[in-house]
Design a protein around this ligand. Structure first.
Ligand code: M6R
Length: 605
């Protein structure tokens, strides 16, 4: 949901801003802009559409400045247009904003009464005029007064032509990180925007305002009291945020999965002792909890559905899995005996944050699974299991998903160990299978060209059905979501056993049905489902375990995966559904990494 970036130092600010925005484009890509201080005025450059349009404009105009702010937009208030693109300005003050201002209409009316004119439909322009209306001779003071008058969520970067040696930052419910270097400082919505310049970061906290000059960073709370914010060293290799020879980020991220799984479980177990070593979870006494609520959105919700199987099977704790936007508005039963698990790649999803805060207010223990260090969800959790997927740039989640699933499996085994529902031999047996998993995933990835060929046959179908059972049912949901979001092809995921309760009516010769039929305790049932589809002329695409001879009798589209225990088959099946969606989208010539209407991180409700 919008990316912001700011720079002050001795480099040419427009170059740094464009570079940062390129890394943030996954957050929104319907328009972009920068503002730089140029002697006694602020020059604003904005353009509609992808960042490349702004880049081309700047290549032509060649602005020069050592201080500036930039923005890439995902529209909330007002359609994508030149007028609505950020930065927004008011008489020598310019700002960029990520978030939503809820009381902007009231403020707008007041400001209009004072004579301010509005050129856009955005809530952001209102903040620019509000700051100007509060400005006497100190931009920090004007921002400080203004943030108390606005309601909603915001990360702001503000510059004033009268004070060309500073940038003012403010955060409330939207992420903002400061990058620190010698004689120059940066700010951005997310670390990848800055990682090629520095590895030293300050993660601004709720209700922080900061003054950034080229040689200093000073943080305050909204009352103006100085706050100490720790400088953290973050070790992300800048190359992880590059395509590294792949055609798309999504393709690269699919192929990174075996490595991401290894990084996520590294140091967290002893195979020899059949033991989980999750020191980061020491503050969570699992024996205290009678139930687990897993809450997330989108793909992270699908990971949560797999997690339910693991936790109930191994740790024998009842688990409910909820979509965050539903959980927060129903009369959910939450108390001190509830362990709430928030799953979020970004750690900034607004609905998941709100659900987490609700659970916290009712006394639940808060555990999170997150991929972004310093983001809101881990910061507000009692304990966090960090996935080590590395930056995920493609909007469609791939490696974030499988690392969340492995984190949930490790968590389930840890709970089982603490509750003694599994003994060390049983845990060792499962760990032995987990250790072999990355190699099996590498094998599955070798199916890439086979799946690419298949994609050519399927790119023109208007609708797909995805079926799976048991632990692979959430993978069917994920398969349908992947196809929808990057190929714009309608798809539905269903538990295979539910097919005859409705969706079977859709099946005819024009309906491809992707069926997960790898070895499992429900394999025979799935085989029966395949026959039911064939009996109605549906086209079956199926994943099976190597050596399977049954399914190829029913379809030429049979994808053979390495043998794995049922709990781990989800990882191999995930690779297939991801590759199929990827190749169909690429075959259709669509924008795989930045599909229409979507943004990587949904920081608004
Ligand atoms: O950052 P989060 O994991 O909280 O994001 C949740 C969803 O927005 C996200 O998984 C979304 O569904 C993905 N684009 C799916 O590929």
């Amino acid at each position: 949901m919008c990316g912001i970036v700011a720079y002050i130092g001795s480099k040419n600010a427009p170059n740094v801003l464009i570079d940062g925005l390129t890394k943030l484009e996954y957050r929104g890509y319907d328009s972009a802009g920068i503002a730089v201080i140029n002697k006694d005025k602020i020059d604003v450059y904005r353009s509609v559409g992808k960042l490349i349009n702004l880049k081309n404009m700047l290549d032509e105009k060649k602005p020069v400045s050592n201080i500036g702010i930039g923005h890439t937009r995902w529209a909330t208030h007002g359609k994508p247009s030149y007028e609505n693109a950020h930065p927004h300005s008011s008489f020598g003050i310019s700002l960029v904003h990520n978030g939503i201002i809820e009381n902007y209409l009231d403020i707008k009316r007041n400001l209009a009464d004072k004579g301010y004119k509005f050129e856009s439909e955005t809530d952001t322009e209102v903040i620019a005029h509000l700051i100007h209306s509060n400005y006497k001779d100190d931009i920090f003071e004007a921002v400080k007064v203004s943030v108390k008058q606005i309601k909603g969520s915001f990360a702001l970067a503000v510059i004033s032509v009268n004070e060309p040696d500073k940038i003012i930052l403010a955060r409330h419910d939207s992420p903002l990180v400061i990058g620190i270097s010698d004689g120059e400082n940066f700010a951005a919505s997310d670390i990848p925007a800055l990682i090629s310049y520095t590895n030293k970061f300050i993660f601004l906290e709720e209700n922080d305002i900061a003054i950034l000059t080229k040689n200093s960073v000073t943080c305050y709370d909204f009352e103006g009291k100085k706050t100490d914010r720790e400088v953290k060293i973050v070790d992300i290799n800048p190359v992880m945020a590059e395509k590294a020879g792949y055609r798309h980020f999504m393709q690269k991220e699919i192929f990174e999965q075996p490595r991401a799984i290894i990084d996520t479980i590294r140091g967290k177990y002893s195979l020899e002792n059949g033991e989980l070593l999750l020191d980061e979870l020491k503050s969570i006494d699992i024996k205290k909890y009678r139930r687990v609520n897993i809450v997330a959105c989108g793909t992270s919700w699908h990971a949560g559905l797999v997690g339910k199987f693991y936790i109930e099977k191994f740790a024998k704790i009842p688990v409910e899995v909820d979509i965050a936007s539903e959980y927060r508005y129903r009369d959910t039963i939450i108390d001190e005996e509830t362990l709430f698990i928030a799953i979020s790649q970004s750690g900034e999803t607004a609905d998941t944050i709100a659900a987490m805060r609700l659970a916290k207010s009712r006394g639940a223990g808060i555990l999170s699974i997150c991929n972004v260090i310093g983001s809101t969800i881990p910061r507000e959790s009692d304990a966090t299991f960090f996935t080590h997927a590395g930056p995920e740039i493609g909007v469609a989640s791939t490696k974030a998903f499988t690392t969340q699933v492995i984190a949930l499996l490790m968590l389930a085994l840890y709970f089982a160990q603490e509750k003694q529902t599994l003994n060390h031999v049983e845990i060792r047996n499962i760990l032995t299978e987990i250790v072999k998993l990355p190699e099996k995933m590498e094998e599955a990835l070798k199916l890439d060209s086979h799946i690419e060929e298949m994609a050519k046959d399927f790119k023109s179908f208007p609708s797909f059905l995805y079926l799976g059972r048991n632990v692979n049912y959430p993978i069917a949901l994920e398969g349908a979501l992947k196809l929808k979001e990057i190929s714009y092809i309608h798809a539905e995921g269903y538990p295979a056993g539910e097919m005859k309760h409705g969706p079977i009516a859709l099946i005819d010769k024009n309906m491809p049905v992707f069926i997960i039929a790898t070895d499992s305790k429900v394999y025979d049932k799935v085989l029966a489902n395949i026959q039911e589809v064939k009996a109605r002329d549906g086209i079956v695409i199926a994943t099976v375990t190597e050596g399977n001879k049954d399914v190829e009798k029913f379809t030429e589209y049979c994808i053979k995966l390495p043998a794995a225990v049922e709990e781990l088959s989800v990882f191999l099946n995930s690779i297939v559904i991801q590759l199929l969606a990827y190749h169909i989208s690429a075959e259709l010539g669509l924008d795989v990494d930045q599909p229409r209407n979507l943004a990587k991180s949904v920081t608004v409700e």
